[in-house]
Design a protein. Structure first.
Lengths: 63, 194
């Protein structure tokens, strides 16, 4: 079983490289049981998305 | 799509300038250098307007020019040796404070919901907090994060640019994200819910 700190490493690296299947599995199991890490996972996704939104392109093309 | 007429272009450049500047500032962390990069970008956009193909939006094209200028400036900063060396694998106190020794969240640091992402992105406050939290990151950490998440470089490209190992890059990005999430949660949720 991985702990939250290790889970946050995997959810961060997931955004930068493909995880191997053992990593994906242990992350998924952890997230299913841990509400705090699920929130953290959503926040990392938001930070990832926010970076793209910073550029006017994404916003302007919607206007 | 055709090339916008000159008046229109000047207007659009004026309109996009503040966003170019805050983008450049997040990367370069130096106001004068950010101003210079934006100024160079605006001049290049006007001089090289013929190379605007109209395939992407005009602002997107201008942003592309700025990205080149930022990378140029960062390379110059690196050559001049004004960068602090990246500390390798050293413990990060700001991260250690979020976790207990056994690796679970410290109670006060447990992530809470930020609500719907779209609502956050629409909120002026969210961007102010994001900006402030980026500025609060240590230079080294912010540089890697902004190259990855704002500039959209791969970690492989970042390693080449900064001369670090990819593993080191992942460690730094993990720290950057944990620091940012803690900072944003503190600044934003407290602002939104009185």
């Amino acid at each position: 079983m991985i702990m939250c700190r290790r889970a946050t490493e995997l959810m961060s690296q997931r955004l930068d490289r493909p995880l191997v299947w053992q990593e994906r599995l242990s992350l998924r199991v952890h997230l299913a049981m841990c509400g705090a890490c699920s929130q953290c996972n959503r926040q990392f996704d938001m930070l990832h998305e926010a970076g793209k939104r910073f550029e006017p392109a994404a916003r302007d093309e919607q206007e | 799509m055709s090339i916008p007429p000159l008046d229109d272009r000047m207007q659009r450049l004026t309109a996009v300038r503040p966003r170019l500047l805050s983008f450049a500032r997040l990367h370069l962390r130096n106001h004068a250098q950010a101003e210079d990069a934006v100024q160079d970008t605006l001049e290049a956009a006007i001089e090289n307007q013929d190379s605007f193909s109209g395939r992407s939006g005009y602002e997107t094209w201008v942003f592309g020019i700025l990205k080149f200028k930022i990378l140029d400036t960062m390379r110059a900063q690196k050559r001049q040796g004004t960068w602090q060396p990246l500390e390798d694998e050293a413990d990060d106190e700001a991260i250690d404070r979020q976790f207990r020794r056994n690796g679970s969240w410290v109670k006060e640091a447990r992530p809470a919901s930020w609500g719907e992402p779209e609502a956050a992105f629409e909120s002026e406050t969210f961007w102010q907090v994001f900006d402030a939290c980026m500025i609060a990151l240590p230079d080294n950490v912010a540089r890697v994060f902004s190259l990855r998440e704002l500039m959209g470089l791969s970690t492989e490209e970042i390693c080449r640019e900064l001369g670090i190992r990819e593993n080191n890059c992942w460690v730094i990005l993990h720290r950057a994200r944990l620091r940012l999430r803690a900072c944003i949660e503190q600044g934003w949720l407290t602002e939104e819910t009185p």
